[in-house]
Design a protein around this ligand. Structure first.
Ligand code: ADP
Ligand code: ADP
Length: 226
């Protein structure tokens, strides 16, 4: 199965800016995939379309075989999204933020509590569970968003610039965690503009520039060319 199949994806924003100009991209199930490109290349727009936050203008998107247009609920169930901005209520507690996610996915309250303990513990946030999110450091907020994204146990985890603004030590522990859950079978796609991050983590890589994939290759093949 393909975790993600995008073909001919176009996005023109209101005002006329063409952010995606016919983007094709395939990611296999189980892959750890990097979407690498400079600022403004279209990485966030691509992720936004896949996670149904941005309306596409043209093209087709399939997630684990489910079509974004006709099987949106199935697509959403497959995906956990870690956006770039902190988009949670800063006044809620860490555990509330994770547990409240259950409502969107039909996960029972009991199961949500159980899973929130599991993921907050794995991400080193269990001690902070009763603290309001605004008191967390940037790196902790980032990890909180990962725990929240995992609550409904998605098959595909998508992270937009997950380590932006995270210090080097924390970055490594986040990398270790992502590698670990990928090893347990979760497909991961992340965007980054650091080659080093892509290099350390990812098996395959798509290089995006001006709204198109200009290279889609294994990390090994790419490094042998540099
Ligand atoms: P990246 O994530 O690679 O930095 P983006 O997908 O954020 O790239 O942006 C691609 C292009 O689309 C940029 O020129 C950006 O300014 C523009 N853009 C992004 N979001 C919007 C929006 N909501 N409205 C208009 N233009 C946008
Ligand atoms: P969509 O219809 O796909 O959700 P919109 O074109 O409605 O996207 O954009 C949503 C809003 O976000 C717009 O009002 C836009 O001005 C704003 N916006 C967000 N990021 C950017 C950006 N990088 N450049 C320009 N506008 C942006």
């Amino acid at each position: 199965t393909k975790a993600l199949e995008i073909s001919g994806l176009k996005k023109t924003y209101r005002g006329g800016l063409q952010a995606l100009k016919g983007l094709d991209l395939t990611v296999n199930e189980g892959d750890f995939y990097a979407l690498l490109g400079p600022n403004g290349a279209g990485k966030s727009t691509t992720i936004g379309v896949v996670s149904s936050l941005v309306n596409k203008t043209e093209g087709s998107v399939k997630v684990f075989g489910y079509d974004l247009d006709s099987q949106l609920a199935d697509v959403k169930r497959c995906i956990g999204l870690v956006p770039q901005e902190f988009n949670f209520n800063q006044f809620e507690t860490v555990q509330q933020i994770v547990v409240n996610q259950a409502g969107y996915y039909g996960v029972s309250r009991t199961l949500a509590k159980e899973r929130s303990e599991k993921y907050l513990t794995q991400l080193g946030l269990w001690d902070k569970r009763n603290d309001p999110a605004r008191t967390l450091s940037g790196g902790m907020k980032r990890r909180l968003m990962i725990a929240r994204a995992l609550l409904h146990e998605p098959k595909l985890l998508i992270l937009d610039e997950p380590t932006a603004g995270v210090d080097i030590e924390l970055r490594r522990s986040m990398w270790d965690y992502l590698t670990q859950i990928n090893g347990q079978g979760i497909t991961i796609i992340l965007t980054t503009h650091y080659l080093e991050e892509a290099e350390t983590l990812c098996r395959n890589i798509g290089i995006i520039d001006k709204g198109r994939i200009i290279e889609n290759t294994s990390m090994k093949a790419l490094l042998s060319k540099l």
